[in-house]
Design a protein around this ligand. Structure first.
Ligand code: FNR
Length: 342
């Protein structure tokens, strides 16, 4: 194991053990299969979400909104990683670049570096259809994410206090653009009822952005004199949120995210019903501490490990993995029981 590999093992270790694991993925167990009747070389990692064809079920989730040289550098490096590993990539919120024309180069760079890749634009739910069209055009996006971040805004002293009308605004965006729209959370998860509302307006996929990874309440609370500490524990753990979303009455593609840092966790997320897994904080830490090549190496390792896990489970495709039987225990079982989800 190289020095940098060992170092990012330490990051994973710190993320797993520095605080109690809150994504609820530890409550999920695979049922071992002694006769998988499959070879590692049979495994296929490609999958599609609506009309989006992905060569991997993993993607780089939205980060680095805000513009500036730092955003430019990180977006450029993430785009190179996405190109070299075949991963789809979402950019961070483009709102600042819509307002400031001279910030646009910090986003446009992702299409320059990755001319043929799957790139996803990103805006908040305050966006108008015109904003959405401009954000899409800026990076020639293949899909658009609209993020919901009520708890983050409420925790920020200077944050938004008005949240009414978001669903109708998103609906008008869905009607105005001609690429898939994904509605995402940013670490607080989504329940079944929220997912049902979102799917009723023609959105292609929800990204549950569950609790258990990057925690924007904690981050924002550190900047406040009088912290709203009750929000530090607020949210639906990622594993539970994926199950809630997959259980929604009208079918919609489900993306799992929030605290995913290993192939094992990603396999669990997919087995719970996710079509893809978004990773933000973990990839960013590897990129910043160890650089482009280290992140590419980690993504290649994750792909190899995912293939090994799928072989053990007898799941040749991501669709097969979505049907892999699991046992759900602990607080997650208790939650699902009370919610009548089984
Ligand atoms: C984010 N995230 C985010 N999401 C979004 O929709 N627009 C944005 O601009 C940002 N910005 C952002 C910056 C940084 C530094 C991080 C780490 C994250 C949220 C991200 O896409 C994801 O939903 C959460 O971070 C949860 O996933 P992880 O980090 O636990 O894998």
């Amino acid at each position: 194991m190289s020095r940098s590999e060992r170092k990012w093992d330490h990051i994973r270790f710190a993320l797993e053990n520095g605080q109690e694991r809150r994504s609820a993925l530890d409550d999920i167990q695979f049922i071992h299969q002694s006769l998988p009747n499959l070879n590692v070389s049979d495994i296929r990692l490609d999958h599609s979400i609506g009309e989006l064809s992905l060569s991997s079920p993993i993607f780089i989730n939205a980060m680095t909104g805000g513009g500036g040289e730092k955003t430019f550098r990180i977006n450029k490096e993430l785009a190179i990683v996405a190109r070299n590993t075949g991963l789809a990539m979402a950019v961070g919120s483009q709102m600042s670049a819509l307002k400031e024309k001279n910030e646009r180069y910090t986003y446009e760079v992702v299409r320059k570096e990755n001319p043929n890749g799957v790139l996803i634009a990103n805006l908040g739910s305050e966006a108008t259809p015109d904003d959405a069209k401009m954000a899409i055009q800026m990076i020639e996006a293949n899909a658009l994410q609209i993020h919901l971040n009520v708890i983050q805004e409420l925790t920020m002293p200077e944050g938004d206090r008005e949240f009414s009308g978001a669903l109708r605004r998103i609906e008008s965006i869905v009607q105005a653009v001609n690429i898939p729209v994904i509605v995402k959370e940013v670490g607080f998860g989504m329940c079944k009822e929220t997912v049902e509302l979102i799917s009723s307006i023609g959105v292609t996929a929800v990204d549950v952005g569950g609790f258990g990874g990057t925690n924007f309440a904690e981050i924002e609370n550190k900047r406040r004199e009088k912290s709203l500490s009750f929000f530090n524990q607020w949210g639906i753990p990622s594993a539970i949120s994926i199950i809630e979303a997959a259980y929604a009455s009208n079918r919609i593609a489900v993306i799992g995210s929030g605290g995913f840092i290993s192939a094992f966790d990603m396999a669990k997320g997919l087995a719970l019903g996710a079509d893809a897994i978004g990773v933000a904080g973990y990839f960013l830490r590897i990129l910043i501490e160890f650089g482009v090549e280290a992140l590419q190496a980690e993504i290649n390792t994750v792909h190899k490990e995912l293939s090994v896990i799928m072989t053990a489970l007898g799941a040749r495709t991501i669709s097969d993995l979505k049907r892999a039987p699991v046992i759900i225990s602990g607080a997650t079982h208790h939650w699902l029981d009370q919610r009548g989800i089984n």
